[in-house]
Structure formats: structure tokens, C-alpha cells
Ligand binder design. Structure first.
Ligand code: URA
Length: 215
């Protein structure tokens, strides 16, 4: 169970552009793709690797191989995760993929966030094997309700070796709720914001990621 905040200047620079009210749809999507790539490389760096010797055309060199790269499954929580997944696929081009179509009930936010309900309209996730590494992508980890429903759908497909959540902004409450869930989950996020408003939006956040990405 862990939380990794990618609070380095370049990731934060892109996040700052993403947050800005004046960033238009095309640039919003582009920046989400860029962050997906950065988060993907960061997740790749955390996977198991082994030292190897490689033959070049001119001799032998020492190298590293990350065997877990061959076992990555990315779960796209539609619709806002689509540009983030496009970026993650730069790091994991051969990943198998699943989708979850989820929509939060647009009721007034009730505290605690466990009350925020989510409808799942469709899900299709590949059967999972014990050496699989699953990355569940959702740019906004707000109340945690959507991610937890998606994680339940993941575990219904088998017991993977590792599970990651790839998000751009999380709320403190959402992070705590996912980390308390009881199964091992590694959260990778660029920033954690302090508040959730009465509709379940992260504040200051970036607004509605799906609306901003797709118009
Ligand atoms: N989903 C969004 O798009 N934005 C939020 O702030 C929370 C959930």
C-alpha cells in the first residue's frame, strides 16, 4: 500500500497548464497525454528489474530488463481517462487493456465520501494471471468511489501481482479511502488537493476532466 506523489517541476508545470481555466480542449487533452506518459515511466521505474548482459554489434554491455513490462494491463475508466491512457501506452505499448464505464450519481455530496454512489454501465477487463501488473487509470481520484468500484471489478478477474492507480490529482479523502481499502494498491499521482466540494469535485482541482477533455 503506497502513495507516490510525482511532485517534480516538469510534471507540476504540465499540471499547472492543465489546471488553468483558459487551457482549451485540445491543449487539455495534450497535457493529459503528457502526464500519462510521465506517470507511466514512473510506474515502470518502480517495477522489478534484473541485471543482464547484452550483445551489441561490437561487444558485450551490462544492461537491465524489466520483465514485468510484458504483463501490464491498463484499465481505462471512461471517459476522462482516455487521454491519460494514451500517455500510459507510450510507456507500456504492449499492455492488454480493459475498460470501465462509470458515472457518479449527480446527487449532492454527502459526507463521508463513502456515500457518493457510482453507476457502472459496462466493464470489460481481461482475465488476470498471478504475474499481471494492473494499472487503473482515472485522472481524478476524488471521493474514491469510482476507483474502488473499478478495483473490485479488477479483483473479480483474478489476483494480479501488483495493482497501481494512475491519477493526476487526488483528494486527501480519496487517497485515505483507497489506502484503507484492505488490498494492496499503489497510488501514483501528481498532486494531492485538500478539499472535495458538495458535488464531489476536487478543489482547487481542475474542474470536470471529462468535459474539459471532450467538450
Ligand atoms: N471528476 C472530475 O472530473 N473532477 C473532479 O474534480 C472530480 C471528479
Amino acid at each position: 500500500m503506497s502513495l507516490r506523489i510525482l511532485d517534480r517541476p516538469f510534471a507540476r508545470h504540465i499540471l499547472t497548464k492543465l489546471r488553468a481555466r483558459e487551457t482549451d480542449q485540445v491543449n487539455f487533452r495534450k497535457n493529459l497525454v503528457r502526464l500519462g506518459r510521465i506517470i507511466g515511466y514512473e510506474i515502470a521505474d518502480s517495477l522489478e528489474c534484473s541485471e543482464v548482459t547484452v550483445e551489441t554489434p561490437l561487444g558485450k554491455a551490462r544492461g537491465v530488463l524489466i520483465s514485468e513490462l510484458d504483463h501490464v494491463v491498463i484499465v481505462n475508466i471512461l471517459r476522462a481517462a482516455t487521454p491519460l491512457v494514451e500517455g500510459l501506452l507510450k510507456a507500456f505499448p504492449s499492455a492488454r487493456q480493459g475498460v470501465v464505464v462509470a458515472k457518479r450519481r449527480e446527487s449532492v455530496f454527502e459526507s463521508p465520501p463513502e456515500k457518493m454512489d457510482v453507476d457502472i454501465y459496462y466493464s470489460r477487463i481481461p482475465d488476470l494471471k498471478p504475474d499481471d501488473v494492473v494499472i487503473v487509470a482515472d485522472p481524478m481520484l476524488a471521493t474514491g468511489s469510482t476507483i474502488l468500484r473499478a478495483l473490485e471489478l479488477v479483483y473479480a478477474k483474478g489476483e494480479p501481482k501488483k495493482v497501481f492507480v494512475a491519477s493526476v490529482i487526488a483528494s486527501h479523502q480519496g487517497v485515505e479511502r483507497v489506502l484503507r481499502w484492505g488490498r494492496p494498491v499503489n497510488i501514483f499521482v501528481v498532486e494531492v488537493d485538500p478539499l472535495i466540494d458538495e458535488r464531489g469535485y476536487i478543489v482547487p482541482g481542475l474542474g470536470d476532466a471529462g468535459d474539459r477533455a471532450f467538450g
